[in-house]
Design a binder for this molecule. Structure first.
Ligand code: CAA
Length: 445
């Protein structure tokens, strides 16, 4: 069976940035360490006035098609994952295809287009759909363009405001891919939850503390489900563990739980036992509360051990570096985590070909999904071609007053006229509304 997976990736950050430690923290009266160390985000990427989910997605997709020298005929499917859609009927993929048709010869009239919804998880579900479509042999030799794009904005004053972000990740899903091949095995953890939702409203209703617990619970279930089909996981099986990263502090919590799980009944648990004892087993406790207390004490000690710290530095830290510079990109976030790890490996000149990643996606509401990926020979060249650092360095630094204006510009309830902060060049821009209230876009040279 030919491998199917990610053949190319492109990244588009919002062109503005908010410095959480130096601009946001002083106004909020908070210690900067809360953002840089606790939450783990130094800067949030935010969209300029002419940017939105369509422009960011279309700009990433255009660069991807240009780099791979693709024409519309090469693409049989365009799927968009977003939780920032502005239309309950017309999918964002039609807007993005319309943008791309402005600059490419030919059209996407015979490509299947759609939009997927399951909070942040849908960025992985669009990859699944493409994988299944190719595996089913319905692709006629064509590849799928999948795009995860979001303006992850919260109500002003919501605790989530510190985790905002805006950006898109475009990926080409194809046979014999250059970057990673996807495992057939998957695990799911899914339950009807009300942790984070947008019932016909632009900004989310969030139960922040509960959302953390739901993320961890669903992720654990997904890992157990994955192991039920793929066999037990061991830290040595995977070079990186890219996880959905609403903020790096969340991944720190998930990593510790994950490490406890994947080291249980292994030689690592035995080695650790010399310092911190064996992991508490529920069967040894009469009361659930006592077991949970013992688990908490074990985890407190586990996170200080040399073995855990070394594993975290090698397998987790590289996955959260970009998130710390851009904030939460919702549907794109786990794909930013994968890219972050691959970029870190490239920068350290590590050869990853043949190595495996364990990828954990999550969407509020809630569902987690876990699968494995095998890095392919072409990964290095494909990842080196992406201008992540340049984009991040070129972002315009907002003052707090400018941030307030930008937030208002993107608030659907407000009408705010603000000059752009950056000059668009060789990109798609939002130009206003048409007669049926559709959004309109143009490519500017
Ligand atoms: N130095 C170092 N650390 C500090 C600090 C300082 N000066 N001050 C605070 N901290 C630490 C805190 O101890 C805390 O860490 P722990 O959780 O490990 O204890 C961390 O910084 C955050 O501080 P608070 O808990 O006080 O922050 P908060 O209550 O203002 O909000 C939040 C945190 C609940 C995550 C909020 O940002 C939020 O609601 N975010 C949106 C929801 C979210 O992202 N949930 C994640 C799971 S859901 C999901 O993944 C889907 C999605 O994409 C949204």
């Amino acid at each position: 069976m030919t491998d199917v997976g990610i053949d190319a990736i492109e990244f588009q950050s919002g062109k503005l940035r908010l410095d959480l430690a130096n601009t946001f923290a002083p106004v909020k009266g908070e210690d900067p360490g809360k953002y840089t160390k606790g939450i783990g985000i130094a800067y949030s990427s935010l969209p300029d006035v002419y940017e939105d989910i369509v422009t960011m997605g279309a700009n990433a997709a255009k660069r991807l098609m240009d780099r791979k020298d693709l024409t519309p005929d090469d693409i049989g499917r365009i799927d968009v994952a977003t939780e920032s859609a502005f239309d309950n009927s017309k999918p964002v993929s039609t807007y993005i295809a319309g943008c791309l048709e402005q600059v490419h010869d030919g059209d996407f009239h015979h490509a299947n287009k759609g939009e997927r919804k399951f909070a942040c998880l849908s960025g992985t579900q669009v990859i699944d759909d493409a994988y299944n479509w190719i595996r089913a042999g319905r692709n006629r030799g064509r590849a799928a363009l999948v795009i995860a794009t979001d303006t992850a904005l919260y109500e002003r004053g919501d605790p989530g405001e510190a985790t905002q972000g805006a950006g898109a990740v475009a990926m080409l899903i194809d046979e014999d891919p250059d970057i990673v091949a996807l495992s057939t095995e998957q695990g799911y953890g899914s339950a009807d939850e009300t942790d984070f939702l947008k019932p016909n409203q632009q900004f989310p209703s969030v139960d922040g503390k509960r959302s953390i617990q739901v993320y961890l619970a669903r992720m654990r279930e997904a890992l157990e489900d994955y192991e039920s089909v793929a066999g037990d996981t061991h830290p040595d099986d995977f070079v990186y563990f890219p996880f959905h990263t609403p903020y790096p502090g969340m991944v720190r919590k998930a990593a510790l739980l994950g490490y406890r799980h994947i080291t249980r009944d292994t030689e690592i648990e035995d080695i650790l036992a010399d310092d911190i004892g064996m992991q508490p087993r529920e069967a040894d406790f009469e009361e659930r509360e006592d077991f949970e207390e013992a688990i908490r004490a074990y985890m407190d000690e586990l996170k200080e051990t040399r073995l855990y710290r070394e594993w975290y530095e090698a397998a987790i830290e590289p996955t959260i570096q970009i998130a710390g510079q851009v904030g939460n990109w919702y549907t794109g976030s786990v794909h930013v985590a994968r890219l972050s790890a691959l970029r870190a490996a490239a920068a350290a000149d590590v050869d990853l070909a043949g190595e495996k990643l364990l990828v954990g996606s999550y969407g509020s509401g809630a569902q987690a999904e876990i699968h494995a990926e095998t890095v392919r020979d072409g990964w290095r060249e494909a990842v080196d071609a992406i201008d992540v650092e340049e984009q991040l360095e070129e972002r315009y630094d907002l003052s707090f007053e400018e941030y307030e204006l930008v937030h208002d510009v993107h608030n659907h309830e407000k009408e705010t006229d603000v000059e752009e902060f950056t000059q668009p060049s060789a990109e798609f821009v939002f130009t206003g509304w048409g007669r049926m209230n559709e959004r309109r876009y143009e490519y500017v040279e």
